[in-house]
Design a protein around this ligand. Sequence first.
Ligand code: GLA
Length: 360
Amino acid sequence: MSAELFARTYGRVPEVTASAPARANLLGEHTDYNNGFVFPAPLPFRTSVSLARTEGPEGAVEAVSANFDGRLKHAPGAPAAHHWADYVAGCVEILRGEGFAIPALQVAVAGDVPMGAGISSSAALEVATMRALNHLLGLGLDGRRIATLGQKAENQFVGMPCGIMDQMVSSLGEPGQALFLDTMTLATELVPLPANYIIAIVHSGVAHRLVDGGYKQRRQQCEEACALLGISSLRELGVSDLPRLEALPDILRRRARHIINDNQYVLDGIAALKAKDYKRFGELMSLSHLSEKDDYGITIEETDRLAEDAVTFGALGARQTGGGFGGCVLALVAADRAEAWWAAMAPRHPLARLIYPVAN
Ligand code: GLA
């Protein structure tokens, strides 16, 4: 995909092409920046990046995207310019900051990851860019390092204070499996997804927006709760510690309770999947949605209605995925009932789109 765009744009073939997937998170939302547990899975949507060295100063980037008009330029050392190429330039700047020499580059980006859906188009672009540079320049980065450097690009260059979940699953995930990640130790375990069920992904039709500050504010509220509780992260507390939250003001109590409960839902969910207890896994998804809604305040009316209807029409469970304030709802549905399930859902949600599985 991106190789053709590269050839069309720059009149030569790229030296390297690499790609990386988007993700859906099954359980454990906003837990990653609290040193907690997450349980995402890679999706069959990918971003691909083709690049080649060119004449010019080290760290200069010229980039095109199949999804946006124009040829964007980044001068070495320049700050983020608030457009899609920041994710590419951010990777280059972070690698330079780590002491790697990065030549001037021409870059082309393409792919089929829906944007604004909350399935992490940004991490897919960062990981694909890091992979491409790793190959081109023989940097010797392993999958974990690619993920942490991608997160650094997003935190320090783009300015979005995200956790490590998206880059880790994009870098280390395997198709058909979910990735249990302990964000404190970065330990991972692959857990097979149920065979006769699908995780349907429904875009609510409302683009998720993290730029409005809701994400950052949640992060600050968790930090405030920790300061008042005298702990360094909410990971230090489990469900048996919930009574300790009584000491907090109402809003912080609810924020902290979500993190503690959703961490537990991840652990319980993995146990349920391993025991092939899909009904329980579905229940945990729905509990997690309620926690996102009532305690963390990151859902919207459309995703609440979708999650509720999904179960009414036969899903074992459903929840909003990702950073929140819109985006997608996941539903665990028996594969042989999926078509009838969506046929019942669709008329009630004219704005919503089933983005996975996609009808051919
Ligand atoms: C965004 C961030 C992740 C994570 C999720 C919420 O996708 O990039 O680090 O915090 O939101 O779970």
